[in-house]
Design a protein around this ligand. Structure first.
Ligand code: NAD
Length: 369
C-alpha cells in the first residue's frame, strides 16, 4: 500500500475544529485499505506566535516541504490584532506559499444541486455548476516593484503598484490550466486585459503559444477580465477552467465562489512547480478564515476543509477516484437534507461540526466497499 505523508497545520479559531473532521475521513480511508496516511501536526498562525513568537517556524516550513501535501486550517483572530505586522498570523501562510513556491492557486466553484437555492443567482443558472479558477499566486501587481506612496514637490501624494509578468511565469500557470482542463471538460478561458495593459498583451501571446505548442487538443478562448466577471454572473456554466493573473484571479474567484452559496463550502489548493520526479509542493485549505465569531462552539461547517482533502487526494496523492467518491458522499449528505447552520434554511434544525463530519464519513463508507 502506498504511504502518503500529510502535514496538518490546523491553525486558529475554527481551523482545528474543521481539521478534526478531516482526520476522521483519513482514518476511514486507512481502514478501507485505500492507503497508509502518515500524518504529522504542527502549529501555524496565532498558535505558533503563542508558542514560538513567530507565525511559522523554519522547522515547520521544512516539514511542509517534505510532506506530499499540507492540510491547512485557518489563521488569525482578535487575540493577535496587536502583534507586529511582519509577525501577524497571516504572515505564516504567506511565508509557506513563498518558501514552497506555490504559484498556482486552484479554486473550484461547485454548486451542489441541493444548495442551488442558497445562491444569490437563480437556481437554474447555478445548479450543477462546476468551474475551476486557476490564479497565478506569486507574481503580478501584489508583488511588483516599485510599490510605494511618495510625496510630490507640490505636496500631493502619488501611489504606485507595478504589474509585472515574465514569459516563464505565464507559461507555467498556463500549463497548469491546460493540464487540469484535460482532466475535466477540456476548455480553458484565459482572462486578461490586453486591450489596455501590456502585461495583458504578453499574457495572451504566451497562453496562445503554449496552447499551439503542446495543448492544441484543449479548447482555448481569450476573454477580457471585465467581461469574464459579467459572464460569471450572467451565464457561469459556460466556463470550465478560467486562468488569470493574481489580481484578476483574486476578484474573479471570490465572485465565482459566491455563486455556490456559503464560505463554509469552498476548498482551495495551491501548487508549486513539478520537480524531476513529477512531485509538486502543495497546500490545501478552505477559503474561509478562522471565524472568531463562531470558534469553539462546534458550529463551523467542515465541508470546505473536507473538500480540501478531496483536492489533495486528487492533485497530490493520485487518488482521483477516491476524491470522486468523497464528493459523492458530500452530495448524498446534502441531498438527505443535512445542513450546518450557515447553509440551513431559516428555522431548520442544523448539525454541528462533528455531526456533519460523521455524516460525510458514514456516507463515504459504503462508497468505498
Ligand atoms: P471568516 O472567513 O473567518 O468569516 C466570515 C464569516 O463567515 C463569519 O461570519 C464566519 O462565522 C463565517 N464562516 C466562515 N467559515 C465558516 C464555516 N466553515 N462555517 C460556518 N461559517 C463560516 O473571515 P473574517 O471574519 O473576515 O476573518 C476572521 C479571521 O480570519 C481574521 O483574522 C482574518 O485575517 C482571518 N482569515 C484567515 C484566512 C486564512 O487563514 N487563509 C482567510 C481569511 C481570513
Amino acid at each position: 500500500m502506498t504511504t502518503h505523508k500529510l502535514l496538518f497545520l490546523p491553525g486558529d479559531g475554527i481551523g482545528p475544529e474543521v481539521a478534526r473532521e478531516v482526520s476522521k475521513i483519513l482514518t476511514l480511508l486507512s481502514e478501507a485499505g485505500i492507503g497508509t496516511f502518515e500524518t504529522e501536526e504542527d502549529l501555524v498562525g496565532g498558535a505558533a506566535i503563542d508558542a514560538h513568537g513567530v507565525p511559522v517556524t523554519d522547522a515547520t516550513v521544512k516539514l511542509a516541504r517534505e510532506a506530499d501535501a499540507v492540510l491547512f486550517g485557518s489563521v488569525g483572530g482578535p487575540k493577535w490584532a496587536g502583534v507586529r505586522y511582519e509577525h501577524r498570523p497571516e504572515a505564516g501562510l504567506l511565508r509557506l506559499r513563498k518558501d514552497l513556491g506555490l504559484f498556482a492557486n486552484l479554486r473550484p466553484a461547485i454548486c451542489y444541486p441541493a444548495l442551488a437555492s442558497s445562491s444569490s443567482l437563480k437556481p437554474e443558472l447555478v445548479e450543477g455548476l462546476d468551474i475551476l479558477i486557476v490564479r497565478e499566486l506569486t507574481g503580478g501587481v501584489y508583488f511588483g516593484e516599485p510599490k510605494e506612496i511618495v510625496t510630490l514637490d507640490n505636496g500631493e501624494k502619488r501611489a504606485v503598484d507595478t504589474q509585472i509578468y515574465t514569459t516563464g511565469e505565464i507559461d507555467r500557470i498556463a500549463r497548469v490550466a491546460f493540464e487540469l482542463a484535460r482532466k475535466r471538460r477540456n476548455k480553458v478561458s484565459s482572462a486578461e486585459k490586453h486591450n489596455v495593459m501590456k502585461s495583458g498583451v504578453l499574457w495572451k501571446e504566451v497562453v496562445t503559444q503554449v496552447h499551439a505548442a503542446d495543448y492544441a487538443d484543449v479548447e482555448l478562448e481569450h476573454v477580457l477580465a471585465d467581461n469574464c466577471a459579467m459572464q460569471l454572473v450572467r451565464r457561469p456554466k459556460q466556463y470550465d477552467v478560467i486562468v488569470c493573473d493574481n489580481l484578476f484571479g483574486d476578484i474573479l474567484s471570490d465572485a465565482a465562489a459566491m455563486l455556490t452559496g456559503s464560505l463554509g463550502m469552498l476548498p482551495s489548493a495551491s501548487l508549486g512547480a513539478e520537480d524531476a520526479a513529477g512531485r509538486r509542493a502543495a497546500l490545501y485549505e478552505p477559503v474561509h478564515g478562522s471565524a472568531p465569531d463562531i470558534a469553539g462552539q462546534g458550529l463551523a461547517n467542515p465541508l470546505a476543509m473536507i473538500g480540501s482533502l478531496g483536492m489533495a487526494l486528487r492533485y497530490s496523492l493520485g487518488l482521483g477516484d477516491v476524491a470522486d467518491r468523497l464528493d459523492q458522499a458530500i452530495t448524498n449528505v446534502l441531498d438527505s437534507g443535512s445542513r450546518t447552520r450557515d447553509i440551513a434554511a431559516p428555522g431548520q434544525n442544523a448539525l454541528g461540526t462533528a455531526e456533519m463530519g460523521n455524516a460525510v464519513r458514514d456516507a463515504l463508507k459504503p462508497l468505498l466497499a
